[in-house]
Ligand binder design. Sequence first.
Ligand SMILES: [Zn+2]
Ligand SMILES: [Zn+2]
Length: 285
Amino acid sequence: MLFDSHTHSYFSPDADKGAEIEAMAIKAQELGLSYITVTDHCDCCYWLPESEGEYDEYQKADSIMFGSRDYSKASIEKTLLLKQKHENLLCGTELGEPLQNIKAAEEILSIDGLDFVIGSLHMNSGKPDFYYLEYDNVDISVIRVLLGRYFTEVLDMCKWGGFDSLGHLTYPLRYIQGEYEITIDMRRYNDIIREIFCTLIEKGKALELNTSGFRQKYGKPFPEEKYLRLYRELGGELVTIGSDAHNIFDIGAGIRRGEELLKACGFKYITVYKGRKPENFKLDI
Ligand SMILES: [Zn+2]
Ligand SMILES: [Zn+2]
């Protein structure tokens, strides 16, 4: 069985305008996916109009684009409506930076009918999204500190635990190693990544295998195999899988390959969340 538990519709400002939720459900059915979960962005840090003055120009631009809570809520409302018609459709949200605006996070989490919540971090507190950062002509020590800070904030988010699955753990590497081809010795983060996994396991939260990296310059999923194996070794069992599609064409991309990888790493199940409760499906590839 194949599942795509991380997809974006046109309600995500960075997604393709043609990505209509109903078309996504139909596409998933054509592809033979058992479930597709729509998880539009809800970047909580952009919900703070009162702190507008503290943002840099990128964040200001993004807060205009992403800041409207209407996008996140409209996506959920529309998906819940279409769920009545499409049995393969599930309603989620990608909750970004919840600890940077806990009130926004709580507001979204209080909506009835949510099936699934991904917890993600796209930017360190007070910094722009890793997508916007310049890595050329920057001392490697600055990048190391940024990454260290990133994993610390991810750990804090896991300790809070108001989500179901931890999204794309190694997100900054999409840009640092993928786009800028800067090699980072990741061993310095082994301890904190281990602590992140132990926290997820202790709290009964899942880890996401995000397959978008397969089709990007990075060439590996987020997180890559060695981290999947570590999570499994530590006792991790709950894994969700998602393409992070931002258009119709990427729905289901890399899912089969991802499920094969998970099986090779010793996982027995893929987890799908319904009504915020995990359901395990045997990996039968
Ligand atoms: Zn994300
Ligand atoms: Zn996403």
